[in-house]
Design a protein around this ligand. Structure first.
Ligand SMILES: [Ca+2]
Length: 144
């Protein structure tokens, strides 16, 4: 059950074994106030491998304006893999199951080219996530 509404011109459920997704208007700048959500579904037992080919979003230290959010699962409530903005291309992302959720959001000003990403599917060979993106350090509770 996606929390983002699916727009007419972006997002959707993708069941092909490989393909590409891109932001609206790509390679021209994406529009303002846009929300897209893609869900890639592979056959049970397979996993999704997503590679960003180009990436250019409005930059912000905490990505509060425009961002791409990736989740390891089929919905907006699945565990988050990462939140990305700016012009650093995210590393290749591999799902642990047979779904990968990709959300995109732009705010009311400043747009960039957006992104183009391609996915393929692989046979499931391990239960270990192979997410190569660097994670932020864990928050250490004070007073320990
Ligand atoms: Ca913006």
């Amino acid at each position: 059950m996606p929390a983002c509404s699916l727009s007419d011109d972006c997002g959707g459920l993708l069941k092909e074994r490989s393909g590409t997704i891109e932001t609206p208007n790509y390679p021209n700048n994406y529009p303002v106030d846009k929300v897209c959500a893609w869900v890639i579904e592979t056959q049970t037992g397979d996993k999704v491998v997503l590679t960003f080919e180009t990436f250019a979003l409005e930059d912000n230290s905490v990505c509060q304006y425009d961002y791409v959010l990736i989740r390891d699962g089929s919905s907006a409530r699945s565990p988050m893999v990462g939140k990305f903005c700016g012009t650093s291309r995210p590393a290749t992302i591999t799902s642990t199951g047979n779904f990968l959720w990709i959300g995109f959001r732009s705010d009311s000003s400043t747009t960039k080219m957006g992104f183009k990403a391609s996915w393929t599917t692989e046979k499931f060979t391990s239960t270990t996530p192979t997410i190569t993106e660097t994670s932020p350090p864990p928050v250490v509770p004070k007073g320990l």
